[in-house]
Write a protein of this length. Structure first.
Length: 202
């Protein structure tokens, strides 16, 4: 199974969210199988707490690969497992395997359409896959998220998109709002602070 096949299955799954339950589940199962056959190989906050920054990179990689394999089997057995899709996305993102992370988050969204956390995570891995550029689809996703809730990551990436488009004043306005509730533990926070201080002249 090639990565192209995985992504093609993911695209089909994404389009299937308007279908009935039986067909939706079939689409999810197809992607689960594709991910499993290809080999499920950023966020180190894995639910079981096994990620340890003190471990060597190789040891961390082994932990992630083992967890990914477990999730692949879990999803093949139960494609309707929303938590497994979400965790699979996080595991792949932690491994910088953004294409598979994107496919996993899209799989979760078929089961939970409009879920703000999944949408935000999907948009973020799309940015990572694009090398830090904020694609148009990711912009639309983040805009959907902030309508539903006050999501710091979405505010950050929307501001970054404005900055990348040369609209510094719009970026500053977006980030002024973000600065009041951003989590300093967020992985993007240091980059946000540097860019925000430069824009605001502080």
């Amino acid at each position: 199974m090639t990565l192209i096949a995985v992504l093609a299955a993911a695209a089909a799954l994404w389009l299937a969210h308007g279908l009935g339950g039986r067909w939706k589940l079939a689409a999810v199962a197809a992607v689960a199988a594709a991910l499993g056959l290809y080999g499920l190989q950023g966020n180190p906050g894995l639910p079981d707490g096994r990620y340890d920054p003190a471990k060597s990179l190789e040891a961390q990689r082994n932990i992630l690969e083992e967890r990914a394999a477990e999730l692949a089997l879990r999803l093949q057995e139960n494609p309707a497992d929303r938590d497994a899709w979400k965790e699979a996305g996080r595991v792949h993102a932690a491994m910088r395997d953004y294409a598979r992370a994107e496919a996993a988050f899209r799989g979760g969204l078929i089961l939970s359409p409009g879920d703000p956390a999944l949408l935000s995570a999907l948009g973020e891995v799309m940015v990572m896959k694009a090398g830090g550029q904020v694609p148009q689809e990711a912009i639309r996703i983040f805009q959907k998220v902030i309508i539903k809730e006050k999501d710091a990551a979405s505010y950050y990436y929307l501001g970054l998109a404005e900055l990348q488009a040369g609209r510094e004043q719009q970026a500053l306005q977006r980030w002024q709002a973000l600065d009041r509730f951003a989590d300093p533990a967020a992985p993007w926070y240091p980059a946000f602070q540097r860019a925000y201080k430069k824009l605001s002249g502080s």
